[in-house]
Each structure stands twice: as structure tokens, then as C-alpha cells.
Design a binder for this molecule. Structure first.
Ligand code: 6CS
Ligand code: FE
Length: 304
């Protein structure tokens, strides 16, 4: 379908409905810029457009990695009880920390790297801001995964993100093996929106960040999607960046190996796709989950 800008008040992707409804074909482009707009070559842009994800080795140079890993450990150790930006596993270990770039210069420096911000700008075709930033820590033995979901489904329903013009960059700080909870994606699924059944509970984020139950497709839908698209697993050494489209179906299993898995996760949104009122939630989520400071990022500083 050819792209038409959204009309005011239009909801292209109704979700959290009472009844199952058919899948909706994506309207927006996946890649908004071209080869002349940034560091990605035409072949990279084609992979991103076709599969909905792109792996870029050496996004962070090896000499920076020990300091970044140490910083993640410090942030987790300093986590204050009651800080809503810290999400814990049921057993108590830290699972995610939101807004780490506001807690650490070493982390905020990553946003402005030549391998990061210019790529986001190229993929989204111009100025971008950070919609969400987090670190995810999946310790050995006890780390639990993330069930299958499209990020856009949540960002649309709960944050009021109007269109599919956002991209995530996940930077591995430990090696991702096939067996330590690395990400699984359904390549090509980013072109299909799967409406989900079930209204958004009040303050859903207080439980969904540990275990997402609303905004996930049912088993029949996931079976059909997996048969159609297949499943690929993303592996690679520390320092690798995984770019993935906001609507790709993805998830991860638990980590019962001794090898921890941690990453820095940055979500860029186009400044032309700024948030409105949530489409399917009573009130917007807090800004540490869904920023409403829409000023464009300018390298190397994070200030708008
Ligand atoms: O809530 C968020 O913004 C993200 N986290 C989860 C567990 N699901 C939706 C989205 O990826
Ligand atoms: Fe996700």
C-alpha cells in the first residue's frame, strides 16, 4: 500500500479490542532515508526493509566495553528501592533500568556515536529523539525472557505513537549465544500489524515490564506468523548493534546458562511522529517509559 500521511484523529492500527480481528497491512515505509543520508549502504537498507532488522558488528569499540559493563553493574547496585525506573525480576534481581543515559555519561555518549545516531536518522529520514532508553540485564541461571510482542503495539496503545516510524537499537554488552536468552525475531513480520484482544488495565506498565500479558497475539496468530515468516535468532559478540523495526514480532527465552546477557536499548522516534494521547489506555505512561520531550538529538550532545 502506498504511504499516505495520517489524517488528524485517525487510528490506523486499532488494538486491545474485544474480539479477534484480522491482521492489518503496514502503511508506512520501513526505511525513510536513502544511501546518501547516512552510513548504511544500499544493501543494508534493503535488508532492513525486507527483514525488519539489521545487525551491525563493532558499533561500540572493544576498548569502551569494560567501562560500559562496569557502569551497568554500578547502576544496578545503586538501584534505590522504590525508584519506578528500576524493574526487578520476581526474585529481586534488577531486570531493566530506564533512562540510563540520564544516570551515566558513558551511556549517554553511546547515543551520539557515529555508529548510532546517524544510522537512526538515516533509517527514519531526518530528525529523531529518544522515545525510550533502558538497560536490560539478564543474569545467568535466573534471567527470564520477554514473550512475543510488537513494540509498536504497546507504544501505539499506551503511549499514543501514531505511526510506525520508530526504530530500536540494542547494543550487546555481552556475547549473545543462541542459548543465553538472545533475541528471536520473525523476519518480515514488521509489515503486518496484529491487533490484540483485551483492554489495557490501569497502570499496566507496573506488571507488563516483568511479564507482558496484554498486547500479545494469541497462540493461533503467533503460529500462523511463525509459519509464514519463520524465526531467526540474533547472536553476536559484545559491541554488536541490532537495529530492529518498531513493529517486528520478537521475544526471548529465559537464560538458564551461566552466561549473562545485557544490553543497552535505545528507541529512536521521528520528530514527525510525536506522541499524542494514548489510543487504548486511560492515561499516558510516565516519561521515563515514553518521553514527551520531542526536541531533535544533535550529536554529540544529547540536549535538544
Ligand atoms: O513497554 C515497552 O515499552 C516495551 N516493553 C515490553 C515488555 N513490551 C512492549 C515494549 O517492547
Ligand atoms: Fe520489545
Amino acid at each position: 500500500m502506498s504511504y499516505q500521511p495520517l489524517s488528524p484523529g485517525e487510528d490506523r492500527y486499532p488494538t486491545r479490542l474485544e474480539e479477534p480481528t484480522p491482521a492489518i497491512a503496514r502503511v508506512e515505509p520501513v526505511v525513510w532515508g536513502d544511501e546518501s543520508d547516512g552510513p548504511l549502504r544500499a544493501g543494508d537498507l534493503e535488508v532492513m526493509a525486507a527483514k525488519g532488522y539489521l545487525v551491525r558488528p563493532d558499533a561500540v569499540q572493544p576498548d569502551r566495553l569494560p567501562e560500559l559493563s562496569a557502569e551497568l553493574g554500578r547502576i544496578a547496585d545503586r538501584a534505590q528501592a522504590g525508584d519506578p525506573r528500576i524493574v526487578r525480576e520476581p526474585g529481586g534481581s534488577v531486570r531493566s533500568v530506564f533512562e540510563p543515559h540520564l544516570l551515566s555519561d558513558a551511556i549517554s555518549d553511546i547515543v551520539g556515536l557515529d555508529t548510532v545516531l546517524p544510522v537512526a536518522r538515516q533509517l527514519l529520514g531526518g530528525d529523531v529523539y529518544l522515545h525510550q532508553a533502558r538497560i536490560n540485564l539478564m543474569p545467568g541461571f535466573t534471567g527470564t525472557g520477554f514473550y512475543w510482542h510488537s513494540d509498536f503495539e504497546t507504544w501505539h496503545a499506551e503511549d499514543g505513537m501514531p505511526e510506525m516510524r520508530a526504530v530500536s537499537c540494542s547494543i550487546a554488552l555481552t556475547r549473545n549465544y543462541p542459548y543465553n536468552g538472545s533475541l528471536m525475531v520473525m523476519p518480515g513480520s514488521h509489515r503486518v500489524f496484529y491487533p490484540c484482544v483485551g483492554a489495557t488495565p490501569r497502570d499496566n506498565h507496573t506488571s507488563s515490564l516483568v511479564k507482558q500479558e496484554i498486547g500479545v497475539p494469541d497462540h493461533a496468530t503467533l503460529t500462523e506468523a511463525a509459519d509464514r515468516f519463520g524465526i531467526e535468532q540474533v547472536t553476536g559478540p559484545a559491541g554488536t548493534a541490532l537495529w530492529f523495526d518498531c513493529n517486528i514480532m520478537h521475544g526471548s527465552g529465559s537464560n538458564i546458562t551461566p552466561f549473562p546477557r545485557s544490553n543497552i536499548f535505545l528507541v529512536f522516534n521521528s520528530v514527525d511522529n510525536r506522541l499524542v494521547s494514548p489510543y487504548r489506555a486511560e492515561k499516558p505512561r510516565p516519561e521515563y517509559l515514553a518521553a514527551r520531550r520531542f526536541g531533535p538529538l544533535r550529536a554529540p550532545s544529547l540536549s535538544a
